[in-house]
Design a protein around this ligand. Structure first.
Ligand code: ZN
Ligand code: ZN
Length: 347
């Protein structure tokens, strides 16, 4: 098994070779066909998340042991199964659901594994997909991807699922309302492409980058603005912005969102860019604003999402293939904002 691993936080990934593991009991051994490169892989390799005001949460504190294989947008083919696997055969292909919980806590019992107190997320707590093989703990976590190819399908495990779950957290909308998407990178673009299949509201995109705004327009956004422009025009939209998804998650974007959301609106924070939020407390009750966090999505939502993509004419995210051995190059491109859509690594 060939893997690209974080061996020291803040350093490039290193190549390591291991024996191919044998699946036990309910486990599957999956040969990886594709693995998307996600922004959170950069945080994992850096070893911290910025909490603002000089505070950091480090992965060492959260119990991440090195060396460690990142990558959580995985598709693959089953090549061996444990003795208790009943419904999966060798040769079955699918998206590997990575957001796996402990199976013991209340959140897991309620099938909200992303809220688990002791998560076993693949590519975050357990070894992930920058590798040729992976052990999947149970067959229910392999979701067949239907008509997609494995490269198109891989980013739906995180980028697509994150956008889908965030959109579902905004209550039903009508066609005279607006949903604002802040940040038209990979996940934001999935939000733009999926929104018409979930909501009736029209989409406004806010991004600093004019080329991203142009792309958002071709992907179906009704209006695209820079942060300054939407503030100038806010009186036109203010009472109609029912939902906002902040795919960036920094101080500027969260303040912008809370400024333009309508009374009773829902502001969903998804991005993990970092920083802290300062807000006048009386405005939250006076304007009845719902502020929600959304972190990736649940297994049932991935199943729904794959079904949606297979049954409706959803425009897919643009993916670029790169060889697994260029994982560091792919991460650098992402860090430098040079990626249009998603880079997907091919072992
Ligand atoms: Zn991700
Ligand atoms: Zn749990």
């Amino acid at each position: 098994m060939k893997s690209y691993q974080v061996t020291e936080f803040g350093k490039p990934l290193e190549f390591r070779a291991y024996d191919i593991p044998t699946p036990k009991d309910e486990e599957l051994l999956v040969r990886i066909m594709a693995c998307g490169v996600c922004h959170s892989d950069l945080h994992l390799a850096d070893g911290f998340f910025d909490l603002g005001n000089g505070k950091r949460i480090t992965l060492a504190d959260r119990g991440t042991k090195l060396p460690f294989t990142p990558g959580h947008e995985i598709t693959g083919e089953v090549i061996s199964v444990g003795k208790d696997v009943t419904n999966t055969s060798i040769g079955d292909k699918g998206i590997v659901f990575p957001w796996i919980g402990c199976q013991k806590c209340l959140a897991c019992k309620n099938q909200n594994e992303t809220l688990c107190e002791n998560p076993k997320f693949l590519g975050a707590r357990l070894n992930g997909g920058y590798s040729t093989h992976i052990i999947v703990p149970h067959e229910r976590y392999l979701v067949p991807y239907g008509k997609l190819n494995p490269f198109q399908a891989a980013p739906y495990a995180c980028s697509g699922l994150t956008a889908y779950s965030a959109l579902k957290k905004i209550p039903k909308t009508t066609s005279d309302e607006f949903i604002v998407i802040i940040g038209a990178g990979g996940v934001g673009t999935n939000g733009i492409l999926l929104s018409p299949h979930i909501h009736n509201a029209q989409i406004i995109v806010v991004d600093n980058d004019s080329s991203k705004r142009d792309l958002a327009k071709t992907n179906g956004a009704k209006y695209c603005f820079s942060p300054e422009e939407i503030l100038e025009k806010s009186s036109l939209f203010n009472s109609k912005i029912s939902g906002i998804i902040d795919f960036v998650g920094n101080e500027n974007t969260s303040n912008l969102g809370l400024t333009i959301i309508k009374k009773g609106g829902t502001f969903v924070i998804v991005g993990l860019y970092g920083g802290s939020l300062s807000i006048s407390l009386p405005l939250i009750p006076m304007r009845s604003i719902n502020i929600r966090g959304s972190y990736v999505g649940e297994l049932r939502e991935l199943i729904e999402l794959v079904e949606l993509i297979n049954s409706k004419n959803v425009r897919l995210l643009n993916v670029t293939k790169q060889k697994l051995n260029s994982a560091n190059d792919a991460m650098n491109k992402l860090r430098n904002g040079e990626v249009d859509g998603r880079i997907v690594l091919e072992p």
